[in-house]
Ligand binder design. Structure first.
Ligand SMILES: Cc1ncc(COP(=O)(O)O)c(C=O)c1O
Length: 452
């Protein structure tokens, strides 16, 4: 996909603004390479240092990333929207396993709950009554307590999803230039958020039991101001923090009481494994539990529990922005949580994802393909050349996500979302993956799968 957008300008800020305009217009889509510093400088008649300063500004704002010999590229999710390039669809005729999404067919239908809401939530609400909905807070508190999370009365709030919570937590606890410990590989949105906040990610390797103890120790030594750990169904590797690992990680954290610990429990009720929280009093901490995966991403609700100061900061920031999460959405979550039929549907979805994931892992294993996916809806496949493997799979009819979206310093891989995988396709997919990871390298392809 050759990109022909002419970046122009006389000074660094004009050149940076021109680059940003290209991203906004969709002419420089995610993954697009910017010209090399020297060639752009020669082309537009400015010093190399001027272009380098412009690129640095774009990098500090999280619009572009510098990827070694691959030069400077537009980030997968730059913090400006493009009207045309929001989502690059999988090529026609391919089965799209690149998205990280749950299977829509396994999400609860909302009709009955919305009908009920039309009677129980009929009265208009004013500013004064809005904020975390008391009933939701109460039920959430019981659920957190049952999972062993040390929740207090003032330590629970509601945000518009996980990333909303993370942005408020990180921006109130850190300053641009600070370091943040991030699992490697990690959720691509988090990596992009860290870049957009001007923070420096410090990679923490992950195995099937969560972040490694050694990795966390190194990150703490590197002076991180915060660490983000995925509790279960780690995206993209499927790791789930075990009780044993949690206790070792807590020991490492014990001496670093100023480090903000954020736990991301996005699998929530979909997780089959018990939660092993790291959190505890005596430090800034927050555990974020989204409703997106079990109940539907469009609900845009996450419950955030933490120490009183961290939660108060999140609420304070919200008041200066979106204010609160609509009580209609919060009440809808209460309705959904109270319905035993929904609980049964979520339990069935959980089992179905296990079936799909295990079937794919077994089929890959039979073909000698190295893959991981202890929990959750993704499988991570090791490969030598991501671009070649993604391209080969696309030619064979499958869209998967290149590992580069999720990696900091870890070796290459592919993320395959089993969320949408039909059992009848498992063998065919495994065969295609085996062919793809054995494929000889081809010319690099641009990042095509924009995945969550
Ligand atoms: C690691 C991780 N955390 C959280 C989420 C959910 O985010 P949100 O609550 O913003 O929908 C996802 C969704 O893919 C995820 O992969």
């Amino acid at each position: 996909m050759p990109v022909r957008y002419q970046i122009s300008g006389r000074g660094a800020s004009e050149i940076a603004a021109s680059g940003e305009a290209g991203v906004r217009a969709g002419a420089l889509p995610p993954g697009a390479a910017l010209p090399a510093v020297r060639s752009l400088a020669a082309e537009i008649g400015v010093a190399n240092a001027t272009v380098a300063a412009a690129y640095k500004g774009l990098r500090q704002r999280g619009l572009v990333e510098t990827a070694g010999r691959n030069g400077t590229r537009v980030r997968p999710r730059p913090p400006v929207t493009s009207r045309t390039g929001r989502r690059v669809p999988a090529p026609a005729g391919t089965i799209d396993l690149s998205t990280g999404e749950p299977d829509r067919r396994l999400l609860p239908e909302l009709g009955a709950h919305l009908s009920r809401l039309s009677t129980v939530a009929n009265a208009p609400m004013a500013y004064a009554e809005s904020g975390p909905w008391p009933e939701l807070v109460e039920v959430a508190r019981e659920r957190f307590a049952a999972d062993g999370v040390p929740v207090t009365r003032a330590g629970l709030t509601v945000t518009s999803g996980t990333l909303d919570a993370m942005e408020r937590l990180l921006s109130s606890h850190t300053r641009p230039g600070d370091r943040v410990g991030v699992e490697d590989p990690a959720w691509a949105n988090l990596i992009d958020l860290v870049a957009a906040l001007g923070l420096e990610p410090v990679p923490i390797p992950v195995d099937d039991e969560g972040p490694t103890v050694d990795g966390l120790r190194r990150a703490i030594r590197a002076g991180v101001a915060a660490v983000v750990v995925t509790s279960r169904a780690q995206n993209p590797t499927g790791a789930s923090v075990t009780a044993g690992r949690a206790s070792r990680l807590r020991q490492e954290l014990a001496a670093a009481t100023e480090v903000l610990v954020i736990e991301d429990d996005h699998a929530a009720e979909l997780a089959g494994e018990p939660l092993a929280p790291l959190a505890g009093p005596g430090r800034p901490w927050a555990l974020v539990r989204s409703v997106s995966k079990p109940y539907g991403p469009d609900l845009r609700v996450a419950l955030v529990v933490g120490d009183q100061a961290s939660i108060a900061r999140v609420e304070g920031r919200m008041r200066l922005g979106s204010g609160w999460v609509s009580t209609l959405l919060q009440r809808l979550v209460v309705e959904i949580w109270r319905d035993p039929a929904v609980a049964a549907a979520v339990a069935a979805a959980r089992e179905e994802y296990v079936r799909r994931r295990e079937a794919l892992l077994a089929a890959l294993g039979r073909r000698g393909v190295a893959a991981r996916g202890a929990t959750g809806i993704n499988v991570w496949v090791s490969t030598v050349d991501e671009a070649a493997a993604v391209a080969t799979l696309r030619d064979l009819g499958w869209a998967v996500a290149p590992g580069s979206l999720y990696r900091l310093a870890s070796p290459p891989g592919l993320r395959i979302t089993v969320g949408r995988l039909d059992m009848s396709d498992v063998e065919r997919l495994a065969e295609a993956v085996a062919t793809a990871v054995a494929a000889v390298p081809v010319a690099a392809v641009p990042i095509e799968a924009l995945s969550r």
